[in-house]
Design a protein around this ligand. Structure first.
Ligand code: SF4
Ligand code: SF4
Length: 251
C-alpha cells in the first residue's frame, strides 16, 4: 500500500481519472506475475506478456473480488480499481508500496517475479495502516541500455517513442528504421530484450495464476484468432502488418 498523497502530483491525465474517489487516502497495489515455463516461448513471436490471455480481465476480476470484500469491511468508504487504464503512476505506487525497485528500463522489478508482472490498483478513501517505502532504483548495471536495439534507454532516461513496445503498436506505415528494428528483434508485438538481459530477472519465478497457465499462445500468424489476447485492442491490421514485416515481406 502507499498513501494517495505520495502519488497525487503524478496522476496521469486520462478518462479513468474521473473514477478516483474524492478524498482518496490509500492506494493498494497488486502485482500479477505472468512468466511461464521457458519452453513455452520457444519459436514464439510475441512479447512474454502477450503470450498469456489478456490480463485486463484477469486482473480486474481479482481486484473486483477484493473490493467487494473491502466494501464489507469498510461500508462507509469508497473504492475504485484499475488495471493498465489507470490514472495512478503504477511503477511509482508499487515502489512506494515496497513491491520492488524501478529499473532503468522504467519497469517495476519485484524480488520474486522480476519485472514479469502486471500491476493493478485499488484506490480508497479508507485510511489503512501500512509501512511505506521510498522509491529505490535497480542496481544500474546498464545491461538493458547496452542490449536495447533501438537506443530507447539512455543515461538521460527512457524515450518511449523509440521503444519497440510502442513501435509495434503504431498504426499506419512505419519508417524503414522502425521496420528494420522490428525485423531484427523478431517480435511482432512488444519486445522483451531489456527484461531478458536484466540480472534481477535471472531467477524470476513462474506464475501460478491459473488463467495465465491455461491458454498460452506464443506465436501469432496471419488470420489467427485475436480475441482475448493483449494485441486484440489494436486491431488485425497492425498485428498483421507486423507479421509481414518480421517475415520480410514489406522491407
Ligand atoms: S522493450 Fe526493447 S526496445 Fe523497448 S526499451 Fe526494452 S529493449 Fe529497448
Ligand atoms: S538490466 Fe541492469 S540497469 Fe537495466 S533494469 Fe536491470 S538491473 Fe537495472
Amino acid at each position: 500500500m502507499c498513501s494517495f498523497d505520495k502519488i497525487k502530483d503524478g496522476l496521469i491525465e486520462c478518462r479513468a481519472k474521473n473514477r478516483l474517489p474524492e478524498n482518496s487516502k490509500t492506494v493498494i497495489v497488486a502485482c500479477f506475475p505472468y512468466l511461464l515455463d521457458e519452453s513455452v516461448y520457444e519459436n514464439g513471436n510475441v512479447s512474454k506478456y502477450a503470450v498469456v490471455t489478456d490480463y485486463h480481465a484477469v486482473a480486474l476480476a481479482r481486484l473486483k473480488t477484493a473490493v467487494e470484500e473491502l466494501e464489507g469491511l469498510y461500508p462507509n468508504e469508497k473504492f475504485a480499481f484499475f488495471a493498465d487504464n489507470s490514472p495512478i503512476p503504477e511503477v511509482s505506487a508499487a515502489c512506494y508500496a515496497g513491491l520492488g525497485v524501478r529499473g532503468e528500463n522504467t519497469l517495476l522489478i519485484t524480488e520474486k517475479y522480476g519485472s514479469y508482472v502486471f500491476i493493478g490498483e485499488i484506490v480508497t478513501t479508507a485510511e489503512l495502516e501500512f509501512s511505506e517505502s521510498e522509491i529505490k532504483s535497480c542496481i544500474k548495471c546498464g545491461k538493458c541500455r547496452e542490449f536495447c536495439p533501438s537506443g530507447a534507454i539512455s543515461e538521460t532516461g527512457f524515450e518511449r517513442k523509440l521503444c519497440l513496445s510502442e513501435i509495434t503498436q503504431k498504426k499506419g506505415a512505419l519508417t524503414p528504421e522502425e521496420e528494420r528494428l522490428m525485423k531484427e528483434c523478431g517480435c511482432v508485438w512488444g519486445c522483451d530484450i531489456c527484461q531478458d538481459v536484466c540480472p534481477l530477472n535471472k531467477n524470476a519465478a513462474a506464475t501460478q495464476i491459473e488463467d495465465f497457465l491455461s491458454s498460452p499462445e506464443a506465436t501469432v500468424s496471419q488470420g489467427c484468432e485475436l480475441e482475448g489476447r493483449a494485441y486484440e485492442w489494436r486491431g488485425r491490421k497492425v498485428i498483421e502488418r507486423n507479421i509481414s514485416i518480421v517475415k520480410g515481406e514489406t522491407i
